[in-house]
Design a protein around this ligand. Structure first.
Ligand code: HEC
Length: 198
């Protein structure tokens, strides 16, 4: 009678299953901590919240072959210099408002959401805001009353009035400004920033 080879025995496969599961679990834990490290504010790809005090641009990097955010000199948001704590509070309110008002039903933020309306990841840099001088006021007006300040880029789609208050709108703008400074590996593509010549 021939003996059962090791690879055909039940205990071998039971042990293998235990080791593979345990190994995968450890890899998952390591990757989770790594992702948290790479995506928290104040790291290489994700600037600290106080970046809202600076000028942000988005340019094609020939060497890297992708669009990269460029953080420039001071360019205050609504004329106010925010400390790191103040900036964090403001961006946090903006983020929570976008969640509470379900902006992702129509828009995409950092790859999550819908494509009914423009991608908001780099919306701060959109040429639709006409000029850097007009941008903040235009965004504020638009968010608080999109129906009467619609821009509808050649489409008939309009953003509904979501009852956003002025403090909420300012916080959303801070959130959008901060988000535009994140290195998103060139995403979204083919984006021309507000200060770039066509
Ligand atoms: C029912 C769909 C819908 C929802 C929900 C919605 N939007 Fe919009 N949004 C649109 C449409 C459509 C446009 C483009 C229309 C226009 O420009 O007039 C737009 C345009 C915008 C723009 C200008 C985009 C750019 O690139 O310049 C911003 C900023 C914006 N929305 C922010 C928000 C925020 C913040 C929320 C959540 C508080 C939100 N939207 C929720 C439909 C929506």
């Amino acid at each position: 009678m021939s003996e059962t080879p090791v690879w055909a025995s039940e205990t071998f496969w039971k042990k293998t299953a235990v080791w593979v599961t345990a190994g995968s679990f450890i890899i998952l834990v390591v990757l989770t901590f790594d992702s948290l490290k790479q995506t928290s504010a104040g790291t290489k790809r994700v600037p600290a919240y106080s970046v809202i005090n600076n000028k942000i641009d988005y340019r094609y990097d020939e060497a890297l072959k992708k669009f990269m955010p460029i953080i420039g000199d001071e360019q205050l948001l609504f004329g106010k210099k925010h400390s790191e704590a103040e900036a964090e509070k403001l961006v946090d309110l903006g983020k929570k408002t976008t969640q509470a008002k379900n902006c992702m039903n129509c828009h995409t933020l950092l790859g999550n959401g819908a494509y009914y309306a423009p991608d908001l990841t780099k919306a701060w840099l959109d040429q639709g805001w006409v000029s850097v001088e007009m941008r903040e006021e235009m965004m504020l007006k638009f968010l608080m009353d999109p129906e009467n300040n619609a821009r509808t880029f050649g489409s008939s789609r309009k953003m509904p009035n979501l009852g956003i208050t002025e403090p909420e709108a300012k916080a959303i703008i801070a959130f959008l400004k901060w988000m535009s400074s994140i290195d998103t590996n060139g995403f979204p593509y083919n984006f021309t920033s507000i200060e770039e010549e066509d």
